[in-house]
Design a protein around this ligand. Structure first.
Ligand code: ZN
Length: 563
């Protein structure tokens, strides 16, 4: 608050407007203005200055509020853009631009308290589905840096590059595939690329090892699987057909990282190399699920994708091998079983000039992002290219004995069901994101298995008796699940806070908890509440998380005012 002070200097009176301000914990007095020598005029001047200061402050607060609301208003829209998703993720503690306080670092991101839980849950569920639940797949965890010979053998050192291009018209920098040279225009403005500025751009990060040796940060996890192939097969006593899985970081020096978590320089892969005798048929059943199929033929003839069963796409010769049909369906089902929207997926066959140097037939599992249909998984048939290359460079025999045909063979990689963790994360976030008008808050409709926090436990009001029961429930549940105890703010605010980060259940302790040892559970998506005995909580909660029981049948449905 500002105040007037009078100073006597050599018998004359001078008036000043001063203000007390707290700086670094200490109160300091600062002079804001000189008000003259006459008391009345000084008082008038002071009033004017204070009025202006108050108005400025109001104006500033108003401006700040508008900016905040603008962000929120955009996020309330159901069809949010990739940039809105980035804002949401930052605001709610899922993902931050790496080194945000230094202005960020393009292509790199850090995960916040809810992001790390979501990401770990996603990887755990991937591993469960692909490794733990199957007898034909085992895992490894390879090193990020390895002998550079590996990248010579794989072909990466020689040819893993993009073309760096600059648009003549808008001057924007971009990358294109070598096969696209002369065929594509600038994707921002449609202009031509400047041929003089086009250059090859290596995608591997090179680094020094020891004093003067070099290697690369791995650009894919696959090669670590190939170089360990023989050990793994022997140690885990695997018989063809079998797969080796790995989850881990990979690095690519992208020319133009963009679209939030979509195109990154540091990312994480969940990868399987699946080895078969190429003459052997797929022994697994292909189910009845349907998906949009976009074959090479449809693309060449400019036809629309068609919805069909994986089974029929195989029967009609669109998908060339039974293994591809089987794995494409499995990967699709992995997403759908964890709550992704099946209508936003399609499979697209690579046209002849976009296939990789090793590929026989390649299909992408694609998802309809706000910025178009984009690849989630590239499923290539790599043949025996990789193992043969490593045999050539290492001079080691990597063939194995196939007991069915009583012969040594070099198996083929018929499929590599592999994907980026970050892209999968985006799929689940986009499909989960909803804005609820009635509740006036965002609901992140994540599958309970993916949700960062499985339950929030609160006393309905701050009271000793309620708090004691809440704490004991919290201490019990936290042994098995990531749960939080929350007693601050109104009950409505606590519900909203948990809706926004995807917490599927809120457990409330109220008067009845004291009277008859019951609590209420609120369902995130419907806001419906049930009442159950505290003694039954753990068992019922486990079944709810695993989707083994319908919410309304898990307890006694109750009527409540608070949604
Ligand atoms: Zn351009």
């Amino acid at each position: 608050m500002a105040f007037i002070v009078k100073k006597n200097i050599n018998g004359n009176e001078y008036y000043y407007l001063n203000e007390n301000k707290r700086i670094d914990g200490k109160v300091k007095t600062k002079t804001i203005a000189y008000l003259g020598k006459i008391k009345k005029e000084a008082e008038k001047k002071a009033r004017e200055i204070i009025k202006k200061m108050t108005n400025d402050k109001k104006e500033m607060n108003k401006k700040k509020k508008v900016e905040d609301n603008f962000g929120m208003r955009k996020l309330m829209n159901k069809n949010i853009s990739i940039n809105d998703m980035a804002i949401f993720c930052k605001r709610k503690g899922f993902v931050y631009p790496s080194a945000e306080i230094y202005g960020g670092f393009a292509g790199f991101f850090d995960y916040g308290p809810f992001g790390v839980e979501l990401k770990n849950n996603l990887k755990k569920n991937w591993w469960d589905f692909h490794v733990r639940q199957r007898e034909d797949i085992v895992g490894i965890d390879g090193s990020i840096m390895t002998n550079p010979e590996v990248w010579k053998a794989s072909g990466h050192e020689e040819s893993f590059s993009d073309l760096f291009v600059v648009c003549k018209k808008c001057k924007k920098v971009n990358k294109i595939d070598k096969s696209e040279l002369g065929k594509v225009k600038c994707e921002f403005c449609g202009g031509d690329y400047d041929e003089n500025k086009t250059k090859e751009f290596k995608l591997m990060f090179k680094t020094t090892v020891g004093e003067d040796n070099y290697t690369y940060l791995r650009p894919e996890t696959a090669q670590l699987i190939f170089i360990n192939f023989k050990f793994v097969q022997e140690n885990a006593r695997m018989k063809l057909p079998f797969g080796i899985a790995q989850v881990g970081k990979s690095f690519r020096n992208e020319i133009a990282p963009r679209d939030f978590l979509f195109r990154l320089r540091e990312f994480e892969q969940m990868e399987i190399e699946y080895f078969v005798n190429p003459k052997e048929k797929c022994p697994y059943k292909i189910g009845n699920s349907k998906i949009l199929v976009y074959s090479e033929n449809m693309q060449n003839k400019k036809k629309e994708p068609e919805k069909m069963k994986f089974k029929d796409a195989l029967k009609n010769g669109i998908i060339k091998t039974d293994w591809h049909a089987y794995w494409l369906e499995q990967e699709f089902l992995w997403f759908v079983n964890l709550g992704a929207n099946s209508e936003k997926f399609r499979i697209r066959q690579h046209v002849s000039d976009e296939k990789s140097h090793y590929a026989v037939d390649t299909w992408d599992l694609e998802y309809k992002f706000p910025f178009g249909w984009k690849e989630l998984q590239g499923m290539a048939n790599r043949g025996d290219f990789d193992l043969k290359q490593h045999m050539k460079y290492s001079k080691k025999d990597l063939s194995i004995f196939d007991e069915k045909i009583k012969k040594k063979i070099v198996p083929h990689v018929v499929c590599e069901p592999s994907q980026g963790v970050e892209r999968a994360l985006l799929v689940f976030l986009f499909d989960a994101y909803t804005y609820n008008k009635k509740r006036d808050n965002i609901i992140l409709n994540l599958h309970p298995k993916l949700a960062p926090i499985k339950a929030a436990i609160f006393p309905i009001v701050k009271r000793k008796g309620f708090e004691k029961i809440s704490e004991s429930i919290f201490n019990d549940l936290k042994k098995d699940w990531n749960v939080v105890y929350d007693k601050s703010g109104s009950i409505g605010r606590r519900y909203a806070r948990n809706d926004e980060i995807g917490t599927p259940y809120c457990i409330t302790v109220d008067d009845d908890s004291l009277k008859n040892e019951t609590i209420t559970i609120r369902d995130r998506n419907t806001a419906k509440q049930i009442r159950i005995k505290i003694s039954q909580l753990k068992e019922i909660f486990k079944r709810l998380i695993n989707n083994e029981i319908e919410f309304e049948k898990a307890g006694k449905l109750i009527v409540t005012r608070i949604k």
